[in-house]
Design a protein around this ligand. Structure first.
Ligand code: AP5
Ligand code: MG
Length: 214
C-alpha cells in the first residue's frame, strides 16, 4: 500500500501518519521531518535547507526527491509507505512516479485532507511535539494524558518548530496554494484521489482514512 496524504500546513498529515504507522505498521516518509533532522545534524543538505524552511518556502525538488528515494531504498518491498508533505510540486509528482516504478511500487490512494484554512493558524501555533520520540501534540486539541509527560515514551521534554509562527505560516499556505494544490489534477485523472473531511476531530479523521485503505 502506497498512499499520499495531501493538504495544507496544519491539515493533519503528520498527526494522521503517526496513527497509521502505529495501527498498520506502515512507514511515514515525511520530507519535512527528514529536512528537520538534516538541519539538526548540520549535514550539507541541512545547511542548505535551513534558511529556506525558516522563510516557509520550498526546498529544491532535487533535494527532497533524493531524500525520498534513499528512504524507500532502505524499506522492504512489503512495507507500506505514507508520503507526508511530498510531493509538493508537479516536478516532485513526476519524480515520485519514477522512484516508485524503480521499486516496483504504485500509488493506491491520494488522500486529500479537506480543511478550512481559517482554522489552520490556530492548529499550527498550538502545535508541539515530544523532544525524544517526536509524538505530536496540541495545546488544545491533543494533550498528553498526564500533563507534561509524553504518552508514548514518558519524556518530559517537548519542542516547537521554528517555522510555526504566524508570518511563516502565511508563506507556507501561499506556497501550498501556488505549487502544491495544482498537482491534484495529475492524480484526479488517474481516479485515485479520495477526500476526507479534515475538520472532524482527530479520531474521526483517522477512522475515515482507515475506511479508505483497509
Ligand atoms: P512540513 O514539515 O511538511 O510542514 P507542512 O506541510 O507545512 O505541514 P505541517 O507539518 O505544518 O502540517 P501537518 O499537516 O503535518 O499538520 P499536523 O498533523 O502536525 O514542511 C516544513 C517545511 O519543509 C516546508 O515549509 C518546506 O520548507 C520544507 N519541505 C518539506 N517537504 C518539502 C517538499 N516536499 N518540497 C519542498 N520543501 C519541502 O497538525 C497540526 C496541529 O493540529 C497539531 O498540533 C495537531 O495536534 C493538530 N491537529 C491535527 N489534526 C487535527 C484535527 N482534526 N482537529 C484538531 N486539531 C488537529
Ligand atoms: Mg507535518
Amino acid at each position: 500500500m502506497n498512499i499520499i496524504l495531501l493538504g495544507p500546513p496544519g491539515a493533519g498529515k503528520g498527526t494522521q501518519s503517526q496513527r497509521l504507522v502505529a495501527r498498520y505498521g506502515m512507514r511515514q516518509l515525511s520530507t519535512g521531518d527528514m529536512l528537520r533532522a538534516a538541519v539538526k545534524a548540520q549535514t550539507p543538505v541541512g545547511l542548505q535547507a535551513k534558511a529556506v524552511m525558516d522563510a516557509g518556502e520550498l526546498v529544491s525538488d532535487e533535494i527532497v526527491s533524493a531524500l525520498i528515494s534513499a528512504e524507500l531504498e532502505s524499506m522492504s518491498d512489503e512495507m507500506g509507505a505514507i508520503f507526508d508533505g511530498y510531493p509538493r510540486t508537479a516536478e516532485q509528482a513526476h519524480a515520485l512516479d519514477a522512484i516508485l516504478d524503480q521499486h516496483g511500487r504504485s500509488l493506491d490512494h491520494v488522500i486529500e485532507l479537506d480543511v478550512n484554512v481559517d482554522a489552520l493558524v490556530e492548529r499550527i501555533t498550538g502545535r508541539y511535539s515530544c523532544a525524544n520520540c517526536g509524538k505530536g501534540y496540541h495545546d488544545v486539541f491533543e494533550q498528553p494524558r498526564q500533563p507534561g509527560i509524553c504518552d508514548k515514551c514518558g519524556s518530559t521534554e517537548f519542542k516547537r518548530r521554528p517555522d510555526d509562527n504566524e508570518a511563516t505560516v502565511r508563506t507556507r499556505m501561499a506556497e501550498y496554494r501556488a505549487k502544491t494544490a495544482p498537482i491534484l489534477p495529475i492524480y484526479e485523472k488517474r481516479g485515485i484521489v479520495r477526500r476526507v473531511d479534515g475538520m472532524e476531530d482527530i479520531d474521526e479523521v483517522t477512522a475515515a482514512i482507515a475506511r479508505i485503505i483497509v
